[in-house]
Design a protein around this ligand. Structure first.
Ligand SMILES: O=C(O)COP(=O)(O)O
Ligand SMILES: [Mg+2]
Length: 233
């Protein structure tokens, strides 16, 4: 279903949210974890800006990209082993410096009051995602939290979104995906959901160029933007 004039009365029963770069600004913590891992391999650290360009496709990809950017690319078993080393480091740096994105709590609270079912569908490992959301006190408003390690194919494949919707017991035709990146739009397309992108996340490509059905300046605008769509009969 498209969020356009053809369906002016559409309002989602469920909203799936991406996590990193959409609900939370986690790049400083992810950078600290990457740099701690690199240090154990006697490699120099990267800036938050640089690590942000590596985030969005899950933790194994993050490790692969960090080592490749350090001039020591890893493949196969070697990469798998370093990804294993990263897991406890990553879990130690979940909420030291992370912050909620502007309007995240307010938007979730408003949709919760409206009776909209919500879930998080993130490429981040599921345990890490749950711990971050617990830290920020958002878990009670969410019907499901699904992470990249819960499926074989992460976003942009549809699997995480379909798993979240199964847990919410909502049909894809009644849901939308809200994220910050190309992987979010790709997964939404593949699952048959409209895609909404929020500016200010971790995409390297301007959000306008990612083919979303709707782009919002911040999560603060999202409830009103969806209401406006509903009223634009
Ligand atoms: O962990 C990542 O690579 C990004 O996770 P996200 O899907 O929440 O943006
Ligand atoms: Mg993201």
């Amino acid at each position: 279903m498209k969020l356009d004039g053809a369906n002016p009365l559409f309002f989602p029963k469920a909203i799936l949210f991406d996590l990193d770069g959409t609900l939370i600004d986690s790049a400083p913590d992810i950078t600290a974890a990457v740099n701690e891992l690199l240090a154990t391999h006697h490699l120099p650290p990267f800036s938050v800006e640089k690590v942000t360009t590596m985030v969005g496709d899950g933790m194994p990809k993050l490790v692969e990209r960090a080592f490749a950017a350090s001039g020591t690319p890893l493949v196969g078993k070697e990469l798998e082993d370093v990804v294993q080393e990263m897991t406890p480091i990553y879990l130690r740096h979940l909420t030291d410096r992370s912050r909620l994105m502007p309007g995240a709590r307010e938007a979730l609270a408003q949709f919760h009051l409206m009776g909209v079912a919500m879930a998080v569908a993130t490429n981040k490992p599921q345990r890490a995602a749950r711990e971050v959301l617990l830290h920020f006190g958002l878990v009670d408003m969410l019907g499901a939290i699904v992470g990249g390690d819960a499926v074989t194919h992460k976003k942009p494949a549809p699997d995480l979104l379909l798993l979240a919707l199964e847990k919410l017991r909502v049909d894809p035709a009644d849901a939308i995906m809200v994220g910050d990146s190309k992987a979010d739009v790709g997964s939404a397309r593949a699952a048959g959901l409209p895609a909404v992108l929020i500016r200010g996340g971790y995409t390297q490509v301007p959000v306008e160029e990612l083919g979303a059905d709707l782009v919002c300046d911040s999560l603060l605008d999202l409830p009103a933007a969806l209401q406006a769509l509903r009223r634009a009969a």
